[in-house]
Design a protein around this ligand. Structure first.
Ligand code: HEC
Length: 152
């Protein structure tokens, strides 16, 4: 390995670290119960969003919501059915719902998917968010495709 390649590898690693930090400590502006601007500037991918949403260690939305995902057996009913959320909410409204639902309802049990926990948490989770900014954008894009009734 030449000095040059070592150097560019190092620079790459540093840049990569910076990207991860900025994705986690995502900056956003709340306007009238919405986050109007994309968190990443990159369009969300609805297929990736669906996978993240139903993933039990990631979005885990099915723990609390019915969704039009017949291939998954267990759907929770603690939260509202999401089969038609794309008709009922705008992208900007859904973005805030995912980033920090407590901004809308301080008593909600729905997790804030892009908020760095402020209370004492295990050091494994310190400074970390449940999802990345792009994962939130992907889920928003997926939710926008849910425009119809569905019964399990
Ligand atoms: C621990 C349970 C829980 C989990 C997990 C959860 N939610 Fe929720 N969600 C709720 C509850 C309860 C509400 C009702 C509103 C409130 O509490 O403020 C809600 C409301 C919503 C709403 C507004 C729906 C409406 O019709 O008003 C959306 C959209 C939503 N959740 C999306 C999601 C998505 C997407 C995920 C996964 C990434 C998710 N939720 C994970 C509990 C949960």
């Amino acid at each position: 390995m030449t000095y040059r390649t070592i150097l560019s590898t190092l620079v790459g690693a540093v840049l990569c670290g910076a990207l991860i930090t900025s994705a986690n400590a995502s900056e956003y502006m709340i306007v009238d119960g919405t986050i109007p601007a994309s968190l990443t500037g990159k369009p969300g991918d609805p297929d990736a969003g669906k996978q993240t949403a139903i993933h039990r260690q990631k979005g885990n939305c099915l723990a609390c919501h019915v969704m039009p995902v017949p291939e998954e057996q267990f759907h929770g009913e603690i939260g509202p059915d999401l089969s038609d959320v794309g008709s009922n909410y705008s992208e900007a409204e859904l973005r805030l719902r995912l980033v920090d639902p407590k901004a809308l309802n301080p008593d909600t049990i729905m997790p804030a998917f892009l908020k760095v926990p402020t209370s004492e948490v295990h050091k494994k989770f310190k400074g970390k968010t449940i999802l990345s900014a792009q994962e939130v954008e992907d889920i928003v894009a997926y939710l926008m495709t849910l425009k119809g009734s569905y019964s399990q």
